[in-house]
Design a protein around this ligand. Structure first.
Ligand SMILES: *[C@@H]1O[C@H](CO)[C@@H](O)[C@H](O)[C@H]1NC(C)=O
Ligand SMILES: *[C@@H]1O[C@H](CO)[C@@H](O)[C@H](O)[C@H]1NC(C)=O
Ligand SMILES: *[C@@H]1O[C@H](CO)[C@@H](O)[C@H](O)[C@H]1NC(C)=O
Length: 733
């Protein structure tokens, strides 16, 4: 075979590199690769979800993706952001999908559009609008006519928008691939025939839309032809598509993992991530997408879970704040350069695999036209080895792959990091704000406040059915009458109130006084409150503030999961023994008074009476705070340090920063991290004994030079005087 040196390879590379953007091109595929305008391509892609950053951040994120060696940007489409009520569409601001795709096109990159419309994504309700659940007779993601009708309408809407803007590659646009459904395989496995029929329908429906570009279904082994089944995971080197004529595509190469409130922060070492990518390519893979390349932020109430944090950093190559995460970003860039130097050999032939030792292999792509590329792998997790390949010696660190674009020169090893790793710092730039406070009303069954609707029902109602997710908060209120001859009044043994809730968090007030707080977690959203409570003779007011912390996005029939106080609610230690108060008359209020007053806006906040100075409420539950501040100078990304607060929400200039919950401390095993060996999300964890999330991203574009209004709603009782604004900067080493 002929050996080409790097200089000989370069012209071939440039030839195959000509831009396919902006010319009408065909997109097809074969067993080796996606074929764009007649050319097989090795495509490197990365997920950037447009609503998880701001339009002002998009150009820079896309540019950093391009500099990082990406060819393709992949995004989901966020149905519940686009259709807040049936037939009422929204495509502005962070939901400007067309604007986002056009920016990608302008940067000369391609797009993989994952329409879903089920998307999971740790996003509220997996991307489904909550109203969808209440369409009569609906059942999600199965052979169900109301669901299929709604899914078709939305999918068609998106495809037609793309066509109208000429965004498919066949029209001269950047979209080369689409996705229908998302990780349906497991649901199908558990539910059989109706889901299989639905999968067939979804594939046919998608194909009938005539986009001209291929569709994929991820984690769907029996994806109907010609839809390409693809792999998601930490590793996909052993994945084989269901037909020999389909290319090997990795739609989600997990760069890290999400964080939940109460959970530790996962980190995936880049040496291992690079190894997994090199192994995928050396085994004939030709399309790899990093999930996430930029994770971003779950602004507002968009986080799913429940309990997913506001940060969706994901340990991605670009961090939540839009800065390259080094050395991850730089090391992957170097990997991509090395892979691209092999592209012509990779797409022209299948690899020949030979053993170089007990845990060592060579994967060689030697093409008829003379190109040769080799990947030398050492799977041993402990020992470095020297291998002989084509009469040359190569030293391979443990758990690594070396890339030889000419079958001679090792230009990259996945475990040898050349990229710099400067430290990221959070530097306080503003604080000691002058705060004012406003006490949220502790509602009770006898409120005559008509700011917002109170209604009554016999018994306990499911929370989301009542709120339709218009607010995290629902008040459950009832009365308990205590007779003067109750024994506990004399013996001092307070009765015990026991409350079973489907989640996700609960504050219990007795006669306006906080009696306790309980909450679930990522393992189970359910919770039980069981405490002695102070009751007095006559009518006692029991007020339960039940709180949702993001709707589930995954799991068997996740759409049917309940939230709120479903009971039973019992009082024990009375003369009668146990009193079951579940079925008595309860009053309900959706949301907080401060929400009804729009306290987070300039207009709403000026309508309320706030106090300050010595009257400022500190460390008191259910308190609103407001202040104004000037934008810190410079361009560094900004965050709020919320470490002195407990749980609640923050807004700046009316925009929701998201839920804060620094009071939820992460516990577990933060053992030292060794890159070698198979990674999963239980390895290489940080933040033991610390808040799962302390810093909350404040997009620069949401600030004015001065008079920025910051409003905080605090449930637990925190000290707002400790809140500061920090800038995220890179300290050189
Ligand atoms: C591998 O080769 C290098 C020199 O090329 C040598 O220093 C090293 O000791 C060798 N390692 C092993 C395990 O043989
Ligand atoms: C939702 O509430 C309605 C009444 O408003 C009731 O008829 C229905 O059964 C409830 N559904 C669930 C799932 O609780
Ligand atoms: C309390 O009442 C509810 C509603 O009637 C019932 O489902 C539950 O079983 C009762 N619990 C006990 C312990 O009696």
């Amino acid at each position: 075979m002929l050996k080409a040196n790097l200089n000989m390879l370069l012209p071939i590379l440039l030839l195959s590199y000509y831009s396919v953007c902006c010319v009408k091109a065909t997109v097809t595929y074969d067993h080796k690769a996606i074929i764009v305008d007649g050319q097989r391509r090795i495509l490197i892609s990365g997920s950037i979800h447009y609503p998880r950053s701001t339009p002002q951040m998009w150009p820079d994120l896309i540019n950093k993706a391009k500099e990082g060696g990406l060819d393709v940007i992949q995004t989901y489409v966020f149905w519940n952001g686009h259709e807040p009520s049936p037939g009422n569409y929204y495509f502005e601001d962070r939901y400007d999908l067309i604007g986002f795709i056009k920016l990608v096109q302008q940067a000369g990159l391609l797009v993989h559009l994952r329409i879903g419309p089920y998307i999971c994504a740790e996003w509220n309700f997996g991307g489904f609008p909550v109203w969808l659940k209440y369409i009569p007779g609906i059942e999600f993601r199965t052979d169900n006519e109301p669901f299929k009708a709604a899914m078709r309408t939305f999918t068609e809407k998106i495809v037609n928008m793309m066509k109208a803007e000429k965004l498919f590659q066949t029209q001269g646009g950047p979209i080369i691939l689409s996705q229908i459904e998302n990780e349906l395989g497991l649901v199908e496995w558990n539910n059989g025939a109706p889901v299989k029929a639905y999968a067939e329908w979804a594939a046919q429906m998608a194909i009938s839309l005539g986009t001209g570009v291929p569709w994929v279904m991820c984690k769907q082994d029996d994806a109907p032809d010609p839809v390409i089944n693809t792999c998601n995971g930490f590793y996909c080197e052993n994945f084989i598509p269901n037909k020999d004529y389909k290319p090997k595509i990795w739609t989600e190469a997990w760069t890290g993992w999400f964080t939940a409130f109460g959970g530790l922060v996962p980190n995936r070492p880049v040496e291992d991530l690079a190894l997994s990518v090199a192994r995928f390519i050396q085994n004939g893979g030709s399309f790899i997408n990093y999930y996430m390349y930029h994770g971003g932020t779950n602004f507002g109430r968009t986080a799913g879970g429940p309990f997913i944090t506001t940060s969706y950093d994901y340990d991605a190559p670009i961090d939540e704040f839009g800065l390259p995460r080094e050395p991850k970003w730089g090391h992957l860039r170097d990997l991509h350069k090395a892979i691209k130097l092999c592209e012509s050999a990779l797409v022209s032939t299948d690899p020949t695999v030979t053993s170089l030792g007990r845990s060592q292999e060579a994967h060689v792509f030697a093409s008829m036209s003379g190109g040769c590329a080799a990947f030398l792998a050492n799977y041993d997790t402990t020992y470095s080895t020297n291998v002989t390949f084509h009469n040359m010696q190569y030293q391979l660190p443990p758990w690594s792959v070396s890339i030889l674009p000419d079958c001679r020169t090792s230009i990259f090893n996945t475990a040898k990091i050349a990229a710099q790793s400067p430290q990221k710092k959070m530097i306080p730039v503003a604080g000691a704000f002058s705060w004012q406070s406003y006490n949220e009303q502790i509602s009770s069954s006898s409120d005559d406040d008509n700011t917002f609707l109170t209604f009554t029902a016999d018994g306990l109602l499911e929370q989301i059915n009542v709120t339709r997710d218009a607010s995290d908060y629902l008040w459950y209120m009832t009365d308990v009458t205590i007779d003067s001859n109750e024994g506990f009044l004399k013996n001092g043994q307070d009765p015990i109130l026991t409350i079973w809730s489907a989640g996700h968090a609960l504050h219990v007030f007795i006669n306006g006084q906080l009696s306790g707080t309980v909450y679930g977690g990522i393992e189970s959203p359910r919770l039980t409150f069981s405490e002695n409570v102070k009751l007095s003779v006559g009518v006692n007011k029991i007020s339960l503030l039940s709180i949702a912390v993001g709707l589930p996005n995954v799991g068997a029939h996740f759409e049917k999961w309940n939230a709120g106080v479903l009971g039973p609610v019992m009082l024990s230690g009375l003369n009668e023994g146990m009193r079951n108060i579940s079925m008595q008359k309860w009053s309900y209020k959706i949301g907080l008074k401060g929400e009804a007053l729009n306290l987070h806006t300039v207009c709403g906040s000026s309508s309320a009476k706030w106090v300050e100075g010595s009257l400022l409420a500190i460390k008191q539950p259910l308190t609103w705070y407001k202040t104004t501040f000037n934008a810190p100078e410079g361009n560094d990304p900004l965050a709020l340090d919320m470490s002195t607060m407990g749980k609640g929400m923050v807004w700046i200039n009316g925009q929701s920063i998201g839920r804060h919950w620094p009071g939820y401390i992460a516990h577990g095993d933060c053992a030292a991290c060794n890159y070698a060996g198979f990674y999963d999300e239980t390895k290489c964890l940080t933040n033991c004994g610390e808040p799962s999330q302390r810093w909350y991203h404040v997009p620069r574009s949401w600030l004015k030079a001065s008079e920025n209004l910051m409003v905080v709603f605090e449930e637990w009782g925190g000290d707002p005087t400790g809140i500061s604004i920090v800038r995220r900067t890179t300290a050189s080493v």
